[in-house]
Design a protein around this ligand. Structure first.
Ligand SMILES: NC(=O)c1ccc[n+]([C@@H]2O[C@H](COP(=O)([O-])OP(=O)(O)OC[C@H]3O[C@@H](n4cnc5c(N)ncnc54)[C@H](O)[C@@H]3O)[C@@H](O)[C@H]2O)c1
Length: 254
């Protein structure tokens, strides 16, 4: 088992919102003052955002590398992971975070809207998990964290494609956790509720009030709430947790 305190992490979708917070959190020092992890993140667009993250997070002494790719491409995933592993010197942690929405009521939902969400949200998890597994199996250590959603647990009108992709991630997480547990690899999912990001900033006051009435903790979550849960699941302290779905939702789905 790897006992090094400085880990090596690959994160998909690192330029915005939750992914950006995960990059920052994993690159920050743990309680011993040692950088928790060097990072390679994958992003779909916004080269300036990627550069800004490398500059700000990279200056904290963590090594941070960025790769531009479409996470839904199987062949890209295999080559990007090999490049990332060679830059980082290995891989201990994978966070499958990249995701999109293409909301519509089912009767209006196009085949393209359905396929795009399944490809980016679900197939990407297969692509990147498969690519890192051979390295993790060899070293008999790994932490895989998949970002699902409460919508994958309870559904949401207008999001049949998104709910299917996130429920798919949960099934994938449990099946993979069973397959690789004997190799020292844990696989868990984090299911965020409503998090303050670009997506939720578009809500009007009434929508926000209705939302809050269903959240026992009476606030939206922050990207940092999710990132801290991911960091815990990535750590040695979470070594006896696998195949779980941790909702970070202010109690919404209890
Ligand atoms: N924001 C929320 O309230 C919320 C709630 C539950 C779950 N989630 C999930 O958390 C994850 C992050 O959400 P967010 O709100 O931070 O999203 P966001 O839109 O702010 O960021 C998404 C990231 O994914 C990347 N990305 C998107 N499509 C890509 C592609 N094809 N190839 C490569 N990269 C791609 C983008 O470049 C970006 O870095 C998603 O999986 C989302 O479904 C978000």
């Amino acid at each position: 088992m790897s006992t090094v305190s400085r880990k090596k992490a690959i994160i998909t979708g690192g330029t915005r919102g939750i992914g950006k917070a995960i990059v920052k959190e994993l690159a920050s020092p743990n309680e011993n003052g040692i950088i928790f992890s060097d990072i390679a993140f994958i992003y779909g667009s916004c080269d300036e955002c990627a550069e800004e993250i490398i500059k700000t997070v990279g200056s904290s002494d963590a090594n941070v590398f960025a790769f531009k790719a479409d996470v839904s491409s199987y062949s890209d995933a295999q080559s990007i992971v090999e490049k990332a592993v060679s830059k980082l010197g290995g891989v201990d942690i994978l966070v499958n975070n990249a995701g999109i929405t293409r909301d519509n009521l089912l009767l209006r939902m196009s085949e393209e809207e359905f396929d795009a969400v399944i490809r980016v949200n679900l197939k990407s998890v297969f692509n990147y998990t498969k690519a890192v597994l051979k390295h993790m199996i060899q070293q008999k250590y790994g932490r895989i964290i998949n970002i699902a959603s409460v919508v994958g647990l309870i559904g949401n009108a207008g999001q049949a494609n998104y709910a299917a992709s996130k429920a798919g991630i949960i099934g994938f997480t449990k099946a993979t956790a069973r397959e690789v547990a004997s190799r020292g690899i844990t696989v868990n999912a984090v299911a965020p509720g409503f998090i303050e990001t670009d997506m939720t900033s578009k809500l009007n006051e009434k929508q926000r009030e209705t939302l809050l009435s269903n959240i026992p903790l009476k606030r939206l979550g922050t990207p940092e709430d999710v990132a801290k849960t991911v960091k815990f699941l990535s750590s040695n302290q979470a070594s006896y947790i696998t195949g779980q779905v941790i909702a970070v939702d202010g109690g919404m789905t209890m």
